[in-house]
Design a protein around this ligand. Structure first.
Ligand code: SF4
Ligand code: SF4
Length: 313
């Protein structure tokens, strides 16, 4: 079982590293193309062309004026469509599996975790954290408003994602470099600080958690209340008390699931429908409860009592 857990975590890490490498190569290729050099099989689009957020801010202008924001390519609208479709299915999976800035924050976080151990990601008092999380909606409103007013991709002036992959070009503003430095240093103390508090794209995608089809679900009937899911969650979501995670901060990283952190099999899962097994001391819901979806029937059949579960030591 331990091996299976490592496999799940490795698949996500491999996916993240593959996208990180792809963006590095595309960015390098774009810069090398001005010297007539081309890396084989790699596109040379600018990062603006492959920025899905560029697509979001363009929608307003496209609808009202029929044109795109400067520097934004049609490709970013296509990318936005793909990311939104994915978000309807499984929330901000883009953040947890694709975004190269999120990946770099996570890699820095691994260093921070080694340094600070249990105190890592616990430096911001919960009462501050609760309010700071609204900041990213303020940033989202500011970006959409100012972009619509100026018809320029204003976010690039403060964008650590753009700065990370272009810092050597001389095109990056000092403000963006400063925010990138603060993000990288902050990641040594707090898991994904930019994602949590400032990212306007994460703010937008997070709203899909309220309506997404596949959700993170916890089966209270088999949960042993060990809180391993809470400790594993990079976004500080209290999974151990939620039957159904609908928090806008969830990035679908799956770290809390029985495939990774939860020691009890089939207790935290990404799924459609709901767990139907009742706690051991609760009365049976009767035969009607197994009349739901195929997934529900499977859960009802296999997950009745904690004692029957496999607990991974
Ligand atoms: S709730 Fe689970 S899937 Fe969502 S961010 Fe936390 S650990 Fe990741
Ligand atoms: S890790 Fe699993 S068993 Fe432990 S509290 Fe979370 S859901 Fe319950």
């Amino acid at each position: 079982m331990k091996g299976k857990k490592n496999v799940a975590a490795r698949i996500r890490l491999s996916t993240q590293l593959a996208f990180l490498l792809l963006i590095v190569l595309i960015s390098l290729n774009h810069n090398l193309s001005s010297y007539g050099i081309q890396i084989p099989l790699v596109g040379s689009a600018s990062l603006h062309a492959i920025c899905p957020f560029g697509g979001v801010v363009s929608v307003y202008q496209f609808v009202t004026l029929g044109s795109l924001v400067q520097k934004v390519h049609e490709a970013s609208l296509v990318l936005m469509g793909i990311v939104f479709f994915l978000a309807i299915l499984a929330g901000p999976a883009f953040c947890g599996w694709v975004c190269p800035l999120g990946t770099v924050e996570e890699l820095m976080g691994k260093v921070g975790r080694r340094i600070f151990k249990k105190t890592y990601n616990a430096f911001v008092p919960p009462v501050w954290d609760k309010y700071l999380r609204y900041l990213r909606y303020g940033v989202l409103a500011w970006v959409v408003y100012t972009t619509a007013m100026t018809m320029q991709l204003v976010f690039v002036e403060v964008d650590p994602y753009y700065a990370l992959f272009n810092f050597w070009t001389g095109e990056v503003s000092l403000t963006a470099m400063g925010i990138l430095a603060a993000t990288l240093i902050g990641s040594l103390f707090i898991e994904r600080p930019f994602c949590k508090y400032l990212c306007p794209y994460g703010a937008l995608l997070g709203l899909f958690n309220k309506v997404r089809v596949f959700t993170i679900q916890r089966n209270p009937a088999t949960c042993i209340n060990c809180k391993a899911c809470d400790r594993a969650c990079p976004m500080n979501i209290t999974v151990s008390t939620a039957d159904h995670v609908r928090d806008t901060q969830c990035i679908t990283c799956l770290k809390c699931t029985s495939e990774v952190a939860c020691p009890v099999s089939e207790t935290v899962e990404l799924m459609v429908g709901r767990f139907t097994a009742q706690p051991a001391d609760a009365p049976s819901a009767g035969p009607d409860q197994s009349q739901g979806s195929g997934v529900e029937k499977m859960r009802a059949k296999s997950g009745v009592q904690t004692a029957n579960r496999e607990v991974v030591k």
